[in-house]
Design a protein around this ligand. Structure first.
Ligand SMILES: Cc1ncc(COP(=O)(O)O)c(C=O)c1O
Length: 459
């Protein structure tokens, strides 16, 4: 068999390389985003992954910001199984008598308990009082799509307009793809208009500390209001541009967007798929920004690794959709709901947020030091979600530097200590988002490894 030119291989990883070959043969390329490491993971526990060759990688990604509590916490799993009535389940004839694995045309007490607990958690958060009902979804894109369907249903089909912040990431499918990116990068949906996001103004930690001149942003919104009037249904944005390159805006920008929506009878829709459950330093990012969203999407850390998502929001908005318009096979699946309950238990009974905040201060310190190296242009972020923007050094472009860091970090130092990183965001931004439960000592140790690797570039 010819070796496809996109196949990633690493010296000395025989088992992993076989698996990578099989992957290329049996799955289309499009299933994964590009990475120079293509980690093969045999097991994970806490803050670490283990390769089939037995190498240990510190996880600076939490999967993809999903395992906020770390990988496979024992108490969390015990609770998931308890909620499913699977721990010590009765039953004979080879079957467990346990919570059913379907939510289609049926309701379970696990689902009702997850609704009740999630809404209580949101409503107890400053800014959460509009969040009245849970519309479950099986992926982040779907949650965004369902929220936008309900938002547009205020107007006759094809008439409503969505505003989205330019350069954002909300998913790839349907309307979630339509509000991702900008007007120039693909065929656009005529229902979507993009507004400016202050990327330059929050490109570095120092820049974000400067007050933002809101006038040009407000003027853009006023111009759209003059053009579309009541056709404007909703404005969707993220607490920070995640997939778009880790840009965390000044609070006043977010507050101005929310204010404009509420003055003009538009919905303020905050996509917290990757920000929720402690990432930004609070349970929900909307409280950090002092805004009151009408709709919020939740995902990733919501189930600590179990695939479960939701859009939560105003009951009158969801009431615009009729029977079945938001239904599908997997939404509100009991296993996902059990994971949400077990994750909420951990956040409510342990000081996970406090741990995340302590870790945040250590990450910032390590990143500021890393920023002194020639390969790094800027570092930025908050809580436990940070970006490292690379720059060209020697013969390498900024993009090549980013890919080289990901690859070398995976391969690790001479003691075999590696760091798992995801493929770069927006071409040249490396994400640092460890589990909130990683210890400061572990973080510092593996930041030293990363520092040594980055220092090699540009020497
Ligand atoms: C803010 C945001 N919204 C939506 C999505 C899409 O989620 P999914 O990949 O589960 O469809 C993502 C995924 O990274 C995201 O970061």
């Amino acid at each position: 068999m010819n070796t496809p030119n996109h196949l990633v291989e690493h010296n000395g990883e025989n088992t992993s390389n076989h698996l990578r070959h099989d992957l290329v043969a049996t799955e289309p390329l499009c299933l994964r985003t590009r990475t120079s490491s293509l980690a093969v993971l045999a097991r994970s526990a806490g803050s670490y992954h283990y390769t089939p060759e037995g190498r240990r990688l510190a996880d600076f990604t939490s999967g993809v910001l999903v395992a906020n509590l770390g990988h496979h916490p024992k108490r969390w799993w015990k609770r998931v199984l308890q909620y499913m009535a699977l721990e010590d389940a009765a039953g004979d004839s080879g079957y467990h008598e346990a919570v059913t694995l379907t939510s289609y045309n049926a309701a379970t007490s696990v689902e009702m308990e997850a609704n009740r607990r999630l809404l209580a958690s949101l409503q107890a958060t400053p800014g959460g009082k509009r969040l009245e009902q849970v519309l479950w979804a099986a992926s982040g894109s779907e949650a965004v799509q369902k929220g936008l369907w309900a938002s547009l249903a205020k107007r006759p089909a094809g008439d409503g307009i969505i505003l989205a912040t330019r350069g954002g990431f909300h998913g790839k499918k349907g309307l979630s793809g339509a509000v991702t990116g900008s007007e120039t990068d693909k065929e656009r949906d005529p229902r979507v208009r993009f507004i400016s996001f202050p990327k330059e103004e929050c490109r570095s930690l120092e820049a974000r500390r400067q007050p933002l001149d809101l006038a040009p942003y407000r003027a853009e919104l006023e111009a759209l209001k003059a053009e579309f009037g009541d056709r404007l249904c909703v404005l969707i944005t993220e607490p920070y541009l995640g997939g778009g390159g880790s840009y965390h805006p000044q609070k006043e920008y977010m507050q101005m967007l929310a204010e404009f929506c509420h003055e003009n009878d538009m919905l303020f829709f905050l996509d917290e798929i990757q920000a929720n459950f402690g990432r930004t330093g609070s349970m929900y990012a909307f409280s950090e920004y002092g805004v009151e969203p009408d709709l919020v999407t939740l995902g990733k850390g919501l189930g600590n690794g179990m695939p479960v998502d939701a859009v939560v929001g105003r009951a009158d908005v969801f009431a615009r959709l009729g029977y079945g318009e938001g239904s599908d096979t997997w939404s509100a699946h009991p296993l996902g709901c059990a994971a949400v309950l077990a994750t909420l238990d951990e956040f409510e009974q342990e000081d996970v947020i406090g741990q995340g905040r302590t870790l945040s201060a250590a990450i910032e310190e390590c990143l500021v030091k890393l920023n002194e190296l020639p390969a790094i242009l800027h570092v930025r972020g908050e809580g436990t979600v940070w970006g490292i923007e690379c720059q060209a050094v020697g013969d390498l472009s900024a993009e090549q530097v980013a890919h080289e860091i990901v690859r070398l970090a995976y391969l690790g130092d001479e003691q075999g200590r590696g760091v798992h990183l995801l493929g770069p965001l927006a071409g040249k931004v490396i994400r640092v988002a460890p589990p909130l439960t990683m210890s400061v000592a572990e973080l510092r140790e593996y930041f030293d490894v990363l520092h040594g690797i980055v220092a090699r570039l540009g020497q």
